[in-house]
Write a protein that binds this ligand. Sequence first.
Ligand SMILES: NC(=O)c1ccc[n+]([C@@H]2O[C@H](COP(=O)([O-])OP(=O)(O)OC[C@H]3O[C@@H](n4cnc5c(N)ncnc54)[C@H](OP(=O)(O)O)[C@@H]3O)[C@@H](O)[C@H]2O)c1
Length: 258
Amino acid sequence: MFDFAGKKALITGGTRGIGLATAVKLAKSGADIAVNYLRNRKAADEARAAIVKAGCKEPLILKANVAKDEDINEMFSAIKEKWARLDFLVSNAASGVLKPSAELTYHHWQWTLDINAYALLALARNAVPMMKGKDGKGTGRIVAVSSLGAIRAFNNYAAVGSSKGALESLVRHLAIEYAAQGINVNTVSASVVDTEALKHFPNRDVMLQESLHWMPAKKLVTPDDVANAVTILCSELTGMVHGHTFIVDGGLSVFLPG
Ligand SMILES: NC(=O)c1ccc[n+]([C@@H]2O[C@H](COP(=O)([O-])OP(=O)(O)OC[C@H]3O[C@@H](n4cnc5c(N)ncnc54)[C@H](OP(=O)(O)O)[C@@H]3O)[C@@H](O)[C@H]2O)c1
């Protein structure tokens, strides 16, 4: 649907789930892809094959913890060596501690906020100079992936929801800082998507059943649904969209049962 031939894209956490669906979609539109992951080498190898199959001959597969400045710096050195510039940054990798608030420690909080919110700040700091030409103007796109927990409350989600709230606020601040430089910063937020991430939820089965029950669209959001929204925000069609939160939730967040 879009022609991203020659565009260079980095998708953090791009080896599984929503990140991988996004990498494949951007590759199918012609973009050159770099994906990042943390630990799971097998998933990274499978992701490489899927991205090659989607049309990107030589994807960059980069192991780095997005919560750590030194890892991010190394990752960008590798990207600079290969490409010299970057067009799309999709800040998608996430983790976090799922517990009732009374059991959350400072360490849990810091770990969750570093991966889910601070990472975007550090990634953008590295990406923006690569998105601009010599005249200081760019055409880059930064998209952060968030969840409804930023604006709604769920069991065991206090730390992750707060981190996503911080992330969405950071997106708005980055958006106004970079708008005049031709760089668009936006969020895609989603309701529950059945990825491996859900294995970490103590109440996974109940969560899936209840989400489906309350969804006005009567089906769950898929990784592809989220990847579609990211792709649209990378396209020229959304050149005047800055600091927006594009919610993909089958109508769940606006539904008041009754
Ligand atoms: N699943 C949902 O219900 C849902 C709903 C709304 C929003 N989201 C958001 O969508 C995004 C992707 O979620 P998902 O469900 O697709 O996740 P997922 O299937 O668990 O995949 C997570 C990816 O992030 C990587 N990762 C985790 N921690 C990292 C770190 N510190 N540094 C670098 N990479 C790291 C993982 O690498 P390894 O394979 O090496 O671990 C993996 O590639 C997240 O931002 C999440 O909050 C998810």
